[in-house]
Each structure stands twice: as C-alpha cells, then as structure tokens.
Write a protein that binds this ligand. Sequence first.
Ligand SMILES: [Zn+2]
Length: 50
Amino acid sequence: MCPCGCGCGSDEEETVEKPVQVVMIPCKYCAALFPQTETFCPNCGARRSE
Ligand SMILES: [Zn+2]
C-alpha cells in the first residue's frame, strides 16, 4: 500500500540504489565546482588544496 496514503499505489521503499554521490567542491581560485575526485580544477587548472 502506498505509504503516503495518496492512493498512487506505490509500495516502493526508499531502498532504491542511489548513484554514488560525487562531492562537488569549489575551486579556491576560480570558484568553479568540480568533483572532489579530481585533483585539478578543470576550469583553471589549479590543484585543489586537500
Ligand atoms: Zn579553478
């Protein structure tokens, strides 16, 4: 049964596999957001500090 009671018929629980959330960090130089997995800013090429 629909957990929200709206009758939509959805009985899915919140167990759907979520895609791996990539943490986006702002470049300290140009403020462009880039994935934490990247070592260098794709915008200005600066090396991320951590
Ligand atoms: Zn940058």
